[in-house]
Design a protein around this ligand. Structure first.
Ligand SMILES: Nc1ncnc2c1ncn2[C@@H]1O[C@H](COP(=O)(O)OP(=O)(O)OP(=O)(O)O)[C@@H](O)[C@H]1O
Ligand SMILES: [Mg+2]
Length: 248
């Protein structure tokens, strides 16, 4: 389980996240939705050791720590080694490396190296198109293929908790469906998933829990099954007649 308590973070003098307290349940898919600039990516950066923060981040009830560190925030690679892995926004791939080299980089944590070949075959079973293009430079892939490489690379690190930032961004609907089929499969395998997504409909179709962020704060937290999409959209777009955090 992953948890934040009063997480405050940002960039230098600019505070973006304000007192964010969230629980990501084990084995569940938690969707975080919200408009541009809400702080969704910033939250994932703080969770993965890329930004300093105040407050607490707990994994399995213990504050996140790096290997051998008695204090100080954990490093991103240590967290990946512990199974906390992010698939970044904008499908960042190493453009001058092949598809297969990109995937293998994901297996950097020591615990992933012994069965790298088998794990690679598992990725190719997930994404058959990547097998066909295994020797192609990642920079020449289509957007959908690059998203698959970014996800495959994250999965090569055998995540216990997978953080996925806007996988649908800029993709055609048919490719979005393919990507979400994979996310459903991962969920079915018991991976704890935190999904950042602006497409609320598709997010709700896979999520167990939903949080709405706006202006660096969580303004709505609900089970996906019980959520009223109109109310969610009212709060999302800050439509007139609604108040932040208001309940009916
Ligand atoms: N490197 C940075 N330096 C300074 N400010 C930043 C930096 N990255 C993001 N910000 C600011 O932090 C705020 C939150 O950005 P963030 O990327 O977390 O939003 P988001 O919810 O992920 O938005 P989007 O849906 O557009 O991806 C924005 O106001 C943004 O301008
Ligand atoms: Mg973002």
């Amino acid at each position: 389980m992953l948890e934040t308590r009063n997480l405050t973070s940002g960039y230098g003098a600019i505070t973006v996240l304000w007192d964010v307290s969230l629980t990501f349940r084990q084995g569940a898919l938690t969707a975080i939705v919200g408009p541009n600039g809400a702080g969704k990516t910033t939250l994932l950066r703080a969770l993965t050791g890329l930004l300093p923060y105040s407050g607490e981040i707990l994994m399995d009830g213990k504050p996140l720590k790096g290997k051998g560190q008695s204090k100080g925030s954990a490093k991103t690679w240590d967290l990946a080694a512990q199974g906390l892995v992010m698939v970044p926004e904008g499908r960042l791939v190493f453009r001058d490396m092949s598809v297969e080299e990109n995937l293998c980089l994901g297996a950097y944590p020591e615990r992933c190296r012994a069965d790298l070949a088998a794990n690679l075959e598992r990725m190719y079973a997930f994404f058959p198109r990547l097998k066909e293009r295994r020797r192609q430079l990642a920079g020449s892939l289509s957007g959908g293929e690059a998203q698959m490489v970014a996800m495959g690379r994250g999965l090569m690190a055998k995540p216990r908790i997978l953080l996925i930032d806007e996988p649908s961004l800029g993709l055609a609907p048919v490719i979005v469906n393919e990507v979400f089929d994979i996310i459903r499969r991962l969920k079915g395998e018991g991976t704890t998933i935190v999904l950042i997504e602006q497409n609320t409909r598709i997010a709700l179709s896979v999520a167990d829990d939903v949080h709405l962020m706006r202006s660096g704060k969580v303004i709505l937290s609900e089970k996906a099954a019980g959520i009223d999409l109109d109310r969610l959209h009212d709060l999302y777009f800050a439509r007139e007649g609604t108040t932040e955090g208001a309940s009916r």
